[in-house]
Design a protein around this ligand. Structure first.
Ligand code: PLP
Length: 423
C-alpha cells in the first residue's frame, strides 16, 4: 500500500512543526553505526533495574482477584503512586507531608508530557515563557512549535538569575501592556540539562519575592528531572512548591521516574499548587490519553513500596559519578583544556557543558560538526539550548549516560582530535 498522494490542510501548529534536533542527531548516528554518540541524554542500559521490574511484574500478576492493573486506571494517576511521589517530594524538601499533597500530583507519560500539557493550558501563540540560558532544548523546541516565545531570563556573569534586571524588564512590560503575554518562568533547577548547574534556594526565594511584588498571573514551572541524580550529596535547595516566597504563586514541580529508575517505563509526574491549573491540565490529559499506562504505574508503585527506587539510585549515582570522571579525565588527558576549551565539573546529572575557544562555531552543519561526524563522534550543539533571542554558537553538550567507559574514552579521543584540528 502506497502513501496517499492527496494533500491535507494543516493547522497553524501543524504547519510550524519541524523534526526535532535530537531526531536529526539520532538519524546521523543510525546512518553510521561506527559513530560514538555523546549526544543523546539516554541512561546507561547496563544499569537498568531488570530484576526489580521483573519481580514487580511477577508480584502484580500473581495477586489474587481481578487483574486491576491490566485495566484502565484513573486519569490523574494511581492514587498510591501519587501518594508516594508527593511523600517523596515533601521528604526531599524536609517539610511535613499531608494527605492533601497527594491530590496535587498527577502522573504522566514522562515529565515531557507534563511539560506539554502545562504549557498548552497556559500559552497561546505569541505568548512568552522566560527560560534560563542555556535551557532544556526539547522544551525550547516545543515552545517554538507552539509559536510561544522562549525569552531569556537575565543571567549574570556567574550564571545566577539577575533579579534586578528581570524586575526592571517585567515592570517595563507591565507599563507597555506586554506583560499579559508572559505566562510562565521555566527553571531546570537541579543539575540542569545541559549546564549541570543548580539554582540555590536564595535565588529561588528572590524570584518568588519578585513575582509577589509584580502581582501578575505568571506561573513557575520547576523541572527537577535530575534532582535525584546527584553524585555525592543532595543539592541543598528546597523546591519552589515548599518555599513560603511562592505562596499564592501558581507553581508546578515536575519530577520523573525515567532518569532515576527505568527509563523505558516512561512515567513522570507533576505537583501543582494551583487547583484550577491542575484541573485544566487533567482535562487536557483526558483528551490526550485519559490516563498514563496503569500497568506501568502499578510496577512503579510496587517498586516504590519495596524500596527499589532508592536501591537503584544508590547504584546509578555511583555509576554516573564514575562515568563523568572518566569522560572528564579523558578530555583533559587528550589535551582539550590546553587548547582553550572550558567546562565545570558537575555535581550530578548526565552532562558536561563545554565552551569552545575562539568563538568556534559548533552548530549543526558547521565545519566543526561535520568534522566530528567524519571522525565518528557526536555531540549536541549548544546553540539549540538558547531561547529565541539569544545567540550562542560555541557550546557543546556531551552526555556520559549511554556509552561504556571504554567507548567514552575513545569518543573523547576522537572529539579532542577534531577540536585540535580547529585550533
Ligand atoms: C530537563 C528535562 N526535563 C524533562 C525531560 C523529560 O524526561 P521524561 O519525559 O523522560 O520524564 C528531560 C529528558 O531528557 C529533561 O532533560
Amino acid at each position: 500500500m502506497c502513501f496517499s498522494t492527496r494533500k491535507v490542510s494543516y493547522s497553524r501548529v501543524g504547519q510550524k512543526l519541524k523534526p526535532s534536533a535530537i531526531a536529526s542527531v539520532m538519524t546521523t548516528a543510525l546512518e553510521n553505526p561506527n559513530i560514538l554518540s555523546l549526544a543523546a541524554g539516554f541512561t546507561d542500559s547496563h544499569t537498568l533495574p531488570v530484576l526489580d521490574v521483573g519481580n514487580a511484574v511477577k508480584d502484580l500478576l500473581s495477586r489474587p482477584g481481578l487483574p486491576e492493573c491490566l485495566q484502565y486506571g484513573p486519569n490523574q494517576g494511581r492514587p498510591e503512586l501519587c501518594r508516594q511521589v508527593a511523600k517523596r517530594l515533601m521528604e526531599q524538601d524536609g517539610v511535613p507531608f499531608s494527605k492533601e499533597d497527594s491530590k496535587k500530583v498527577f502522573m504522566t507519560n514522562g515529565s515531557q508530557q507534563a511539560l506539554f500539557l502545562a504549557t498548552q493550558v497556559l500559552c497561546d501563540m505569541g505568548d512568552i515563557v522566560f527560560v534560563e540560558s542555556p535551557s532544556y532544548f526539547v522544551y525550547l523546541e516545543m515552545l517554538k512549535g507552539q509559536g510561544v516565545e522562549a525569552r531569556p531570563l537575565p543571567i549574570d556573569e556567574a550564571g545566577m538569575i539577575d533579579h534586578q534586571s528581570f524586575e526592571r524588564e517585567l515592570i517595563a512590560m507591565k507599563q507597555s501592556g506586554e506583560i499579559n503575554r508572559v505566562k510562565a518562568v521555566y527553571l531546570v533547577s537541579y543539575f540542569s540539562n545541559p549546564s549541570g548547574e543548580s539554582r540555590s534556594e536564595a535565588e529561588k526565594v528572590k524570584l518568588g519575592e519578585l513575582l509577589q511584588r509584580l502581582d501578575e498571573p505568571i506561573a513557575v514551572i520547576e523541572d527537577a528531572a535530575y534532582r535525584d541524580l546527584y553524585f555525592e550529596t543532595e543539592y541543598p535547595a528546597r523546591s519552589v512548591v515548599s518555599l513560603d516566597a511562592f505562596n499564592g504563586i501558581s507553581c508546578l514541580y515536575l519530577a520523573t521516574l525515567t532518569k532515576p529508575f527505568a527509563t523505558g517505563l516512561k512515567i513522570g509526574s507533576g505537583f501543582c499548587t494551583d487547583q484550577e491549573w491542575l484541573k485544566r491540565i487533567l482535562w487536557l490529559k483526558g483528551h490526550h490519553d485519559f490516563g498514563s499506562s496503569n500497568f506501568t504505574q502499578a510496577i512503579l508503585e510496587t517498586v516504590f513500596l519495596d524500596g527499589g527506587i532508592d536501591r537503584q539510585l544508590g547504584l546509578i549515582r555511583r555509576v554516573y559519578s564514575e562515568k563523568m570522571k572518566v569522560l572528564h579525565t579523558a578530555l583533559c588527558e587528550e589535551g582539550l583544556v590546553e587548547i582553550g576549551w572550558k567546562w565545570r565539573i558537575p555535581l550530578g546529572g548526565l552532562y558536561l557543558w563545554l565552551k569552545a575557544p575562539n568563538s568556534l562555531d559548533t552548530r549543526m552543519k558547521s565545519a566543526f560538526w561535520k568534522a566530528c561526524c567524519c571522525n565518528e563522534v557526536m555531540y549536541i550543539p549548544g546553540d539549540l539550548c538558547y531561547g529565541n533571542t539569544m545567540q550562542c554558537f560555541d557550546y557543546v553538550r556531551l552526555s556520559f549516560g549511554v556509552l561504556n567507559k571504554r567507548e567514552m574514552v575513545e569518543a573523547a579521543t576522537r572529539f579532542v582530535k577534531t577540536a585540535k584540528d580547529f585550533f
